[in-house]
Design a protein around this ligand. Structure first.
Ligand SMILES: Cc1cc2nc3c(=O)[nH]c(=O)nc-3n(C[C@H](O)[C@H](O)[C@H](O)COP(=O)(O)OP(=O)(O)OC[C@H]3O[C@@H](n4cnc5c(N)ncnc54)[C@H](O)[C@@H]3O)c2cc1C
Length: 420
């Protein structure tokens, strides 16, 4: 009989652990507390815009090898699309200046040697000054490691690290930033090609995983919140979902707990977990993007940070968004639309008319990527031989990202496999 793995939480971490275990011959059952799968990475129909939108615009890079391998194993890699080259259009909406950052397709960041490909008004020495970040320790602040000022900082370093860490870069962990820089900028353009789930996060990263697991004889059940784990002799023996809904585990059965930190700490008292989080704000406007607008644009000098062009929709991401979570929604929509119009170069008559819009404020989008919070992240091993942890907040060496989530899921699955 096949060994069984119970995955708690149907986010990217849980699903990637489940897919890896199913590929290794396990019968996988996923239990999700809410009525929807995908966790913080999902799509839904939005009545205000009459469109299916994602809870947040998610950007992957070609450096995200675990995420891409996950998509490949569920047959949806082709749904992650982007330009053939690592090119990023930028605009400074305070001055109107536009530029294209062309990182090429090499394995080394040789573009920094070519003035015409560098960020405008920057010198080679500005890039060399970033080198202390490369091997910085996780307990160091970015602000104590590099100079967080100047043109290169404003036009590249700040937008990149703010997006990756979801906190103001000077207060972020230099070690986490270093991991991003090593795996992306330092690895040349071939590692920096931007990729988005063109048909939506659920269609590309979630639904195919569910189909894959069910196709292997497993199950995915929603509305099933794990309330308690029963244990004996260093092993989890039963999963209690409330009332008489109890799953008794066989001697070879394993559990991957892939829930957010607060739920994990409630289920495993004494577990060290991050306790502080940061918001991400996304705004979606129903409008046809101008034909010449790139699919992704970095925006500096305003409120908006990244502008995404989807069919029938312009969408915006603002990281470290705690300052915006209590702002009246319409006021925020108007302020963001003003920036969108400038960035996309929309005609004046469109600026005056707010199209159908939606604002999604994810208050606990990511753990706070500061040295203090990073130090609280646990590994995948727990006090129980048959229970492994997964989640973007576990100690992956990366900030809270899809890539980190998949790595955590893969690592938890490998721990389960190694135990047998
Ligand atoms: C707005 C936004 C924008 C983002 N942008 C990007 C981006 O551009 N690029 C990028 O790489 N990453 C991005 N991220 C981060 C990425 O979405 C997360 O890292 C990833 O989705 C986390 O997945 P997870 O499985 O670790 O956690 P979650 O998605 O939180 O999954 C945990 C699941 O466990 C369930 N659960 C909780 N308690 C229980 C219980 N007791 N029993 C059963 N189930 C339970 C939850 O309901 C949830 O479904 C963004 C996140 C947000 C919110």
């Amino acid at each position: 009989m096949a060994k069984t793995a119970h995955i708690i939480g149907a986010g990217i971490s849980g699903l990637s652990a489940g897919v890896r275990l199913a590929n290794a011959g396990y019968l996988v059952h996923v239990h999700e507390a809410t009525q929807q799968v995908g966790g913080r990475c999902r799509s839904y129909f939005d009545a205000a815009t009459n469109l299916t939108i994602d809870n947040g615009n998610h950007l992957l890079l070609s450096a995200n090898h675990h995420a891409l391998a996950y998509a490949r194993s569920i047959g949806s890699e082709a749904g992650l699309v982007g330009p053939a080259q690592a090119q990023f259009a930028f605009v400074d909406i305070s001055t109107g200046q536009r530029w294209l950052l062309d990182l090429g397709d090499g394995r080394l960041p040789l573009w920094v040697l070519d003035e015409s490909r560098r960020v405008p008004d920057t010198k080679l020495t500005d890039y060399l000054a970033l080198s202390p970040l490369i091997w910085a320790g996780t307990s160091k602040l970015i602000g104590d490691t590099i100079h967080c000022k100047g043109v290169l900082y404003d036009r590249l370093v700040q937008p990149l690290l703010l997006a990756a860490l979801n906190c103001d870069p000077p207060e972020g962990s230099a070690g986490l930033a270093g991991a991003i820089v090593r795996e992306t900028l330092l690895a040349g353009g071939q590692a920096c090609r931007p990729l988005v789930a063109r048909d939506g996060l659920s269609a590309v990263l979630i639904d195919p995983a569910i189909k894959f697991l069910e196709g292997k004889g497993g199950s995915v059940r929603i509305g099933r919140e794990l309330r308690e784990v029963a244990s004996e002799g260093g092993r989890v023996t039963a999963l209690k979902f409330g009332g008489d809904d109890v799953v008794t585990l066989g001697p070879d059965d394993a559990v991957v707990l892939a829930v957010p930190p607060r739920s994990a700490a409630a289920l495993l008292p004494g577990l060290s977990v991050p306790t502080k989080f940061r918001a991400i704000v996304n705004a979606h406007f129903r409008t046809d993007p101008p034909r010449d607008l790139p699919p992704l644009m970095g925006v500096v000098g305003g409120l908006v940070e990244w502008l995404f062009a989807f069919p029938q929709r312009l969408s915006v991401t603002i990281s470290n968004g705690d300052r915006l979570v209590d702002m009246p929604r319409e006021e925020l929509a108007i302020a963001i639309w003003r920036d969108v119009c400038k960035a996309a170069g929309l005609p004046a008559e469109q600026q005056a008319q707010l199209p159908p819009w939606q604002i999604v404020r994810e208050r606990r989008a990511t753990f706070e990527a500061t040295p203090e919070q990073n130090a609280l992240r646990p590994g995948a091993k727990t006090a129980f031989r048959n229970l492994a942890l997964a989640g973007d907040w576990t100690d992956t060496g990366l900030p809270a990202t899809i890539e980190g989530s998949v790595r955590s899921g893969d690592r938890a699955a490998d721990l389960v496999l190694a135990a047998h």
